[in-house]
Design a protein around this ligand. Structure first.
Ligand code: C5P
Length: 401
């Protein structure tokens, strides 16, 4: 996975029941291409064994800095030096207190104190401990030091009570880590506006015209932009997806609302990527009350064109569109590229069964305004998103776009 590949992640595990979930995090990080070095406090080993992490990461696990086999025994700040990021999960109340006061008598706090890499904390503890002003104060001090905090979440706690104190899910920790790692990426300080999903055009209060867009492609572009350091704004029509962490999410419903949100978001933007499937037509006069089938045998709908958001959004930024076509793919995409005055268009053959609307993969051809045609193989949507952003970066770094 771009962003994690080749990165050294130091994962400090502390003594809380959520430690078992950190095994999943270690596994996901390793599968994403990171080298994961696990450090464990003594209390962590009461909940989960070093062998679990050793097996999942393929790396030695440090439990004791005086252990002659540990890299920390040779040079006690060794891992602090190689880390691209340090993640502490679960970050218990005890460990937060120790980190806040600069203790260094076990591997996790020692490494956090010694490192200059970004530190991500995923607190987990009993609700009462979380609410205690001491914990709040410790966390405030750690935030002041530039540490990023993810969670805790609300829900069932080990005590059986409901409250704040559950460790965030591994996917949310991973997402936040990718955001932290990407801060100096090739889109750092760039604002990228992305649209996603299929707009809904109301017929009456309970019915609408829409299309089967899942929103996955646009969400992937926003996620990839975030992972490369961009300030990503995601304007999205209704979908089942959760907006990625670290992305400014703007929910909308209709084409009209999407246009208004895009126009507002475009101030100071460097690129607009329109992955939304915008309805081309909308009912001229939506009914204010639910249409009752008992009163009518049929309806003749009068439709009008929706605004063409992409065509109207002209300015000093890179414009990327998508073309979903069932015939004459390249010709139709080229016509759209010109008609909407785009820099780049991603053309999809919607008759292909393995790519397109609701799938996780996409096979598309990128056509640019200079006439270059790049046929991409079937790729995960996140990778397609990166290929598109590679081209956006190309335009942004080219003088006189
Ligand atoms: O013209 P067509 O709908 O095929 O063009 C597709 C591209 O234009 C997509 O990038 C889509 O998001 C954008 N579009 C738009 N406003 C519309 C229709 C499409 O911005 N009303």
């Amino acid at each position: 996975m771009r962003g994690l590949e080749g990165k050294n992640i130091v994962l400090g595990v502390c003594g809380g029941i959520a430690a078992y979930k950190v095994a999943d995090l270690a596994s996901k990080l390793t599968q994403g291409g990171a080298t994961v070095y696990v450090l464990m406090t003594r209390a962590a080993q009461e909940f989960i064994t070093p062998l679990t992490f050793r097996s999942l990461t393929g790396q030695p696990v440090t439990t004791d800095m005086f252990d002659a086999q540990s890299p920390l025994a040779v040079q006690h700040v060794a891992l602090a030096g190689v880390a691209d990021a340090v993640v502490v999960a679960p970050a218990t109340a005890n460990t937060l207190a120790r980190l806040a006061t600069g203790m260094a008598d076990e591997p996790v706090s020692l490494t956090v104190l010694a490192t200059t890499a970004p530190v991500l904390l995923a607190p987990a503890m009993d609700g009462g401990m979380w609410e205690d002003p001491t914990t709040k104060g410790n966390l405030a001090r750690l935030r002041e030091r530039g540490f990023t905090v993810v969670g805790p979440a609300h829900g069932r706690l080990a005590s059986g009570k409901e409250g704040w104190g559950r460790m965030e899910e591994p996917v949310a920790i991973l997402d936040t880590l990718r955001y932290v790692l990407g801060r100096d990426g090739d889109l750092a300080s760039k604002k990228i506006v992305v649209t996603a999903g299929g707009t809904q055009e109301p017929l009456d209060p309970v019915r609408h015209l829409t299309n089967p867009s899942s929103g996955k492609m646009g969400f992937a572009v926003a996620e990839a932009a975030r992972d490369r350091g961009a300030q990503a704004v995601l304007v999205y029509a209704p979908t089942h997806l959760t907006p990625p962490v670290g992305v400014k999410a703007v929910p909308v419903r209709t084409a009209q609302e999407m246009q208004e949100a895009v126009d507002l978001s475009l101030s100071g933007a460097h690129a607009l990527v329109m992955a939304a499937a915008v309805a081309d037509f909308r009912p001229v006069k939506p009914e204010t009350q639910k249409v009752k089938k008992e009163y009518t045998q049929g309806i003749l709908l009068e439709l009008e064109r929706t605004p063409d958001i992409l065509k109207a959004a002209q300015g000093d930024f890179i414009r990327v569109g998508f073309a979903a076509e069932s015939q004459e793919l390249l010709k139709n995409a080229t016509d759209k590229l010109r008609a909407k005055s785009l820099h780049l268009i991603a053309a999809n053959d919607i008759t292909a069964t393995d790519s397109g609307f609701a799938t996780d993969a996409n096979r598309c051809t990128l056509l640019d305004r200079e006439g270059v045609v790049e046929e991409l193989p079937l790729l995960p949507k996140l990778e397609v998103a990166h290929r598109i952003l590679d081209r956006v970066v190309g335009y942004l770094t080219r003088p006189g776009i």
